[in-house]
Design a protein around this ligand. Sequence first.
Ligand code: SOE
Length: 389
Amino acid sequence: MTESLKIGVLGYRFMGKAHANALARLPMFFPDAPDVERSVIVGRDEEALADAADRFGFESTATDWRDVVGDVDVFYNLGPNHLHAEPSIAALEAGAHVFCEKPLAPTLEEAEEMRDAARDADGVAGCAFNYRFVPAIQYAKGLIEDGELGEIHHVRGRYLQDWLVDPEAPWAWRMDKDLAGSGALGDLGAHTIDLVRFLVGDSDVAGDITRVSGHLQTFVDERPVPGTDEYKPVTVDDAYTAQAEFENGAVGSFEASRFADGHKNDHTIEIHGSEGSLTFSLERLNELEVKTGDARGYETVLVTDESDPYVGNWWPPGHVIGWEHTFVHENYEFLTAVAERAAAGSRTQSGEAAEGGEFHPSFEDAYEVQEVLDAIERSDETGEWVSLE
Ligand code: SOE
């Protein structure tokens, strides 16, 4: 494929910036990535949009995604959760490839519609669970696949933040069920469930999650709306805990909180198997704690060698990378899949879905994460375990 891919992006705040940075870094550090044209950035506030387009290196702006989805090769949906389904489905139907932020949708029903639209579409549909693209996580997956941990017994995942511990912290869309779907569960727990499924879900040493029980809690019921005297209700969870069972009988325990004072972005995964254990912590993302064989305790493995996933594209060994690099890696994989799919598509008779250019996590993968989130919520409502089989 020689022509560059024309990219339209919905959203220009936190995730807009993270993906725009990734797109700008790709040609320098991943020279074999497909060429892209940062074409149009979509949002509502024209002044903020113009500023973002200027800073992020986009050619133009638009205030309605409907004017954009039919005119780009790739549509990035980086808007709030309630804006994931309709624009993403419209873009897929218009023939664009779609990269959508996580969680896939606020509800399982919308996630299902998105998954079905992706199944019917010719384009690649990916969900931006960026933590799969941490080199240490891919190293960990390699260890598990190579049997270094043996049969898995325990999978533990926690995602702790503290930005809501102050009861006067301002209200935001992430606290509204209609806009976000859920709170800590969907925003943070979705990452944990995706990583767990990535690491052990398709393995014969653990397999999929078969049932869950969960508990959701809201600690502060209303919050001040910035710039007004108003308070708005908080209609999502501030924290969740869940326990899970895996196909092979392994036990899982997961939690996330926005009230864990002292923890800023602590996503920690621990896995214990019959032959060994490992621990990953996002706050030390260049490292993996590993215990295998006859070792008497954990060893810290620095995942910074040129031979480690993606690391050779950056700096010499030991020159650590950060959070933003995960976006570069996922953009590289997604756009490579898009280019492969587009090349395959150009050789396909019209009417037939093109093959080639697989990207994971796909909408299908993200739907399966959503099923687990939904089951945790239903368990909280009924007080019963919920089966996923
Ligand atoms: C929430 O604070 C948040 O920004 C999530 O929305 C992101 O997905 C996570 O990576 C970091 O925390």
